[in-house]
Design a protein around this ligand. Structure first.
Ligand code: MLT
Length: 231
């Protein structure tokens, strides 16, 4: 049996445009899908994405056991329980909890994929585990969050690395964006770190302070996690 047809969206596509039967993978290396992969690995029950912070707060207030999480301008939102740093999502804090998540770009990419048959959250931190989880899939859409409607190099490179790994397993690149992204595929942990830490969003986050710089270093760590993340 042949491998997966792999398609990439460099920024979130039009709502409803992804095939329902597809396996959609949201990619927001800095920082949303990295952070949520940590949270799910630390026992969070589920993630509910929202476009607006008010919706996330309302959902939290109406749903017992839920935490309002995410960011605006990189920082925790007033009234939220958690920001968007992977270091905040400890087992003690998120174990068994539902996360009402609203971020600038990552939650938008998740919402665009929310009607798809299967949904994963991928980043460099859980890259190999994500490739393994996609091994049996036939129709894969890699949905990059980008930054405010523009492609983000760290997301494109992560999608490209995932796509190239699936091609190595018999898959095919099935749209122009997948071919473009595969040209940016990283082949070592050092390449991942170099690319992510020099990205525009990484430099901006680092300018916010040492805690954000630590987030960037974590998000630039290939295979820091050994489990895939479904939502
Ligand atoms: C996003 O979803 O836009 C990013 O994860 C924002 C951030 O870096 O906190």
């Amino acid at each position: 049996m042949s491998g997966a047809r792999v398609r990439v969206a460099l920024v979130p596509p039009t709502p409803g445009s992804l095939p329902t039967a597809a396996c959609a993978v949201a990619v927001d290396v800095l920082r949303a899908t990295t952070t949520l992969a940590v949270a799910l690995g630390h026992g969070a029950a589920r993630v509910e994405p929202f476009a607006s912070t008010l919706e996330a707060l309302a959902y939290r207030d109406a749903t017992p056991g839920t935490l309002a999480c995410g960011e605006r301008d990189g920082r925790i939102v007033e009234g939220f329980d958690l920001g968007n740093s992977p270091f905040e999502y400890t087992p003690e804090r998120v174990g068994g909890r539902t996360l009402a998540f609203a971020s600038t770009n990552g939650s938008i990419a998740m919402l665009i994929a929310s009607h798809c048959r299967r949904r994963l959250l991928a980043s460099f931190a859980n890259l190999t585990a994500s490739v393994e989880a996609l091994a049996a899939e036939r129709d894969v859409w890699l949905v990059c969050a980008g930054k405010e409607g523009r492609p983000a190099i760290e997301d494109t490179a992560c999608a490209g690395t995932l796509a190239q790994r699936l091609v190595d397993r018999g898959g095919t690149l099935a749209n122009l964006e997948a071919h473009h992204a595969a040209k940016l595929a990283c082949h070592s942990a050092a390449e991942v770190r170099s690319l992510v830490e020099r990205a525009e969003h990484a430099r901006w986050l680092t300018s916010l302070g040492p805690a954000f710089a630590a987030d960037v270093r974590y998000c630039a760590t290939l295979d820091a996690l050994d489990s895939p993340a479904s939502w």
